[in-house]
Design a protein around this ligand. Structure first.
Ligand code: ZN
Length: 463
């Protein structure tokens, strides 16, 4: 099957230019102006549209157990919602249960995704303990395409690991070429503050934010980067939320240290005020790190523009308000941590970034697709519009008006963090490996068509 997309503007991380794209099977075969119409079986007229490489969201939690419940999107509903928003690749997190082998957890997550994913996906592995044998497991996982690991400096007793474990993991990746992702918050300090706060009878959602100070994030970012420097390995800070944490990354990068960081739309567009909403609605915004004071927001936008931040992901981890967030009705520490967003990332970043003059359209593509592909070992198969790359293509209508709402979104969750946000620019059609899976608001993909992506070690973080 050959498809020709005509009359569009192709947008890559480097340039925008008028051209047609010829697709042969699952791959892009040619990109240039004036490809003859008779060279393809199927024609798509994309006049007035922009063509982006498919979005890559490197931070999602589908079908994830947390605090006695499970995130409400599974690999079927989560990947479908992602596709509607122009994302054609996810990298989700498998979690090693304490005291078990990481390799077994990989099987568990493959079972969750197999037969359900509608777009391609990779997996990171969350490391919760690391005996000597675990170091060899890391190498084996890298060989199987799990080229990144995540460790937590927060959630003591659940996910948190000590500095020795982090340093061991970083040192191993210095050899095997994987990338370590860090959840950087000082969990031990936060735990003490939480216990004090509960003892004072403060149990409303707002205290989730007030017990997790900015300095606890900045300190952990500093420590993570310092340990990576000693180990001689790159490091990637997930969901960076504050100016002080950003300063740590910038300072390291200015010295030539291979430190990388992502932020998420919620940290760019929402503030801690959301957690003070009445009627327990603040629980909709309970995730970690928490939302910050408003003055952080422009600093994070500047960070994206100036490459102090390299990626925008979502940390999509939905829990329904009615019956899941409600678990913490009387105690903010029992509110499942997470929020939905996988469908809205491109819409929000395009509107508030490109339309509002904060980012060029090429930088936008770099942040949502090209750099994620490079850092996580998918480039140039993903994240690029070029001959030989997978035909993962977003046909973007820059004039489309879209109202974000839980009433119309495709995520399996009963609220939107961005309810009522009006954006200009949305995916008109989405192709995954040459197949049109979303067209004009209709889903044409097939459950289970998404493939596991074996990612390569020593991606763009190691240049
Ligand atoms: Zn996360």
């Amino acid at each position: 099957m050959t498809t020709l997309i005509q009359n569009a503007t192709v947008v890559t991380s480097r340039k925008s230019f008028a051209a047609d794209i010829l697709i042969d099977g699952e791959k892009i075969r040619d990109i240039r102006p004036g490809i003859p119409s008779d060279s393809a079986e199927k024609l798509i007229d994309a006049k007035g549209m922009l063509l982006f490489p498919g979005g890559i969201d490197v931070h999602t939690h589908l079908d994830m157990p947390f605090g006695g419940t499970t995130s409400s999107d599974d690999f079927e509903t989560g990947t479908r919602a992602a596709a509607f928003g122009g994302t054609t690749t996810l990298i989700d997190f498998a979690i090693q249960a304490r005291g078990t082998k990481m390799r077994d957890s990989l099987d568990t997550w493959w079972k969750k995704a197999d037969g359900r994913a509608t777009i391609d996906y990779g997996l990171h592995m969350i490391v919760t303990d690391l005996p000597e044998a675990g170091l060899e497991d890391m190498d084996q996982l890298v060989a199987e395409g799990v080229a990144s690991f995540k460790l937590f400096m927060a959630y003591p007793g659940v996910l948190m690991v000590d500095d020795a474990t982090i340093f061991q993991a970083l040192s191993r990746t210095a050899k095997n070429g994987a990338l370590i992702c860090m959840h950087a918050e000082n969990g031990s300090v936060i735990d003490v503050i939480i216990r004090r706060t509960l003892a004072e009878g403060k149990k409303a959602p707002i205290y989730h934010a007030l017990t997790r100070p900015v300095t606890a994030e900045a300190e952990a970012v500093h420590r993570a980067i310092a340990m990576a420097e000693i180990a001689g390995a790159p490091v990637y800070i997930v969901h960076l939320s504050s100016e002080e944490a950003l300063n740590q990354v910038r300072e390291a990068r200015d010295r030539g240290v291979p430190a990388f960081a992502e932020t998420c739309p919620q940290y760019l567009l929402l503030s801690v005020d959301e957690l003070a909403r009445p009627d327990f609605e603040g629980a909709k915004y309970v995730f970690t790190p928490p939302l910050r004071e408003k003055h952080h927001l422009p600093k994070l936008w500047d960070g994206l523009k100036n490459d102090h931040l390299q990626v925008v992901s979502t940390d999509h981890c939905p829990f329904c308000f009615a019956d899941q967030k409600a678990l913490g009705k009387d105690d903010f520490t029992k509110i499942p941590n997470g929020g939905p967003g996988v469908e809205n990332r491109l819409q929000l970043l395009y509107h508030h970034g490109v339309n509002e003059g904060r980012l060029s359209v090429n930088r936008f593509v770099e942040l949502v697709s090209t750099t994620p592909a490079k850092l996580f070992g998918l480039y140039p198969r993903k994240g690029e519009l070029a001959p030989g790359s997978d035909a993962d293509i977003v046909i973007w209508d820059p004039q489309a008006d879209h109202l974000i709402s839980a009433r119309t979104h495709h995520m399996r969750v009963d609220y939107s963090m961005f309810e009522g946000f009006r954006v200009k620019g949305n995916a008109r059609a989405v192709l995954s490996r040459g197949e049109v899976i979303v067209d004009n608001g209709r889903f044409l993909g097939r459950t289970g068509r998404g493939a596991f992506l074996k990612r390569v070690a020593r991606g763009g973080a190691w240049d």
